[in-house]
Ligand binder design. Structure first.
Ligand code: NDP
Length: 244
């Protein structure tokens, strides 16, 4: 229980990778604020975590006003956030020539600005306490690029620059900031792939299978905890060996 009594907040914690991370942090002893767009989904997810004291909240992370209200509610109900996981993310895939400005803006607003909104709001409290961990969920396509995902890959690459800059700014106050770059993980986001596409993907993955939310969650729990106390500004790729 290395995270005992830590207050964690996981955006996009109601489903998929975020729910897996929320579960792992709760198993480590943290009290988790689960955040999703739907309040019902977030509350149900929080109720499904082990241990006591978890709560579900609805918030659109791309909206500065909503995120400010969220942090006030979380502070009042659970306490100041000590462990932030910026996981909420969306795709609006399209080849460049068909990609609309709305598709570009929406993906940037949730995936990149959402992380900025949340991090800015919790950073001051973490710095004052000389204790805090920020984890950003990027993607291997932020490193390698991907045809048909120029908006998404740019947002995830942006998150890596954000991670390293925040790590440099906050390190002297003992606040760590790292990123995880998952490969293809079996969630709602990737379930639209047909069998042929899934098989083609698997053939590019040395470990021979898509990942699971648990594959990411274990790494998040490690990076959140004291075993990772000397790690900051790093990107950990968790992709079955797809990008080396
Ligand atoms: P899912 O689509 O399964 O879940 C997305 C989660 O994000 C949901 O909880 C959803 O809430 C929440 N969310 C979406 N938009 C917002 C918003 N504007 N404000 C607040 N919450 C929001 O995604 P995954 O679990 O697959 O992905 C999680 C993260 O991992 C994303 O950042 C994704 O880019 C990244 N990733 C995923 C990979 C994969 O293969 N699956 C690979 C690499 C990275 P609600 O339930 O209320 O809609």
């Amino acid at each position: 229980m290395e995270l005992r009594d830590q207050i964690a907040l996981v955006t996009g914690g109601s489903r998929g990778i975020g729910f897996g991370i929320a579960r792992a942090l709760a198993e480590g002893g943290a009290r988790v604020a689960v955040v999703g767009r739907s309040e019902e989904g977030a509350v149900a997810a929080a109720d499904g975590l082990s241990g006591e004291g978890h709560r579900g909240f609805s918030c659109d992370v791309s909206d500065p006003q909503e995120t400010a209200e969220l942090i006030e509610r979380v502070s009042a109900e659970l306490g100041p956030v000590e462990l932030l996981v910026n996981n909420a993310g969306i795709t609006r895939d399209q080849i460049l020539l068909r990609l609309t400005h709305e598709d570009w803006d929406e993906v940037m607003a949730v995936n990149l600005k959402g992380a900025f909104n949340m991090t800015k709001l919790v950073a001051r409290g973490m710095m004052r306490k000389r204790n805090g961990v920020i984890l950003n969920i990027s993607s291997v396509v932020g490193v390698s690029g991907n045809a048909g995902q120029s908006n998404y890959a740019a947002s995830k690459a942006g998150l890596l620059g954000f991670t390293k800059s925040v790590a440099r700014e906050l390190a002297s106050r003992n606040v760590r900031c790292n990123a995880i770059a998952p490969g293809y993980i079996d969630t709602d986001m990737t379930r639209s792939l047909d069998e042929e596409q899934t098989e083609a993907l698997k053939s590019q993955i040395p470990l021979g299978r898509l990942g699971t939310p648990e594959d990411i969650a274990g790494v998040a729990r490690f990076l959140a905890g004291p075993s990772a106390r000397y790690i900051t500004g790093q990107v950990l790729t968790v992709d079955g060996g797809m990008v080396m």
